[in-house]
Design a protein around this ligand. Structure first.
Ligand code: SF4
Length: 130
């Protein structure tokens, strides 16, 4: 089980990994986030081990087998989706959790963007030229 003390250690490791990544590659935000994530999950094996035994082996196996890390969120159906160029398949975690809900929300967000942001701007521009 992950104790509160372990959780404190985990967040320290994650932030340290992020800071080291920032020094190594200052302009690579994705690398900084990846290293934070790696630090954040490095001790997950404690949650599933017997008193911490083999926790590093268990952590490695869990992280290696996380299915949502192994697939692209851009699915074959995205090629035919009218939002493909806007959404791009979206967040892999959201898609993996509930693809239908994610697509539905993406369409709602796009509709909101059109109605409340893009159309008002177009109306203002049209008013300026007329
Ligand atoms: S809304 Fe759904 S189907 Fe369309 S691009 Fe995004 S993830 Fe793919």
């Amino acid at each position: 089980m992950i104790t509160d003390e372990r959780l404190t250690h985990i967040i320290k490791v994650a932030r340290t990994a992020q800071r080291l990544a920032e020094r190594l590659r200052p302009n690579d935000k994705e690398f900084h986030e990846d290293m934070f994530l790696l630090g954040f999950v490095h001790d997950v094996g404690y949650e599933f081990s017997d008193g911490g035994k083999f926790h590093s082996k268990i952590s490695g196996e869990i992280v290696e087998n996380v299915k949502m890390f192994q697939r692209s969120s851009f699915l074959p159906k995205c090629w035919d989706c009218p939002l493909g160029g806007y959404c791009g398949g979206g967040c892999s975690v959201s898609c993996y959790t509930n693809q239908d809900r994610f697509c539905h929300e993406e369409f709602e967000n796009f509709e909101y963007l059109i109605q409340n942001i893009i159309l008002p701007i177009i109306r203002i521009k049209l008013h300026e030229v007329s």
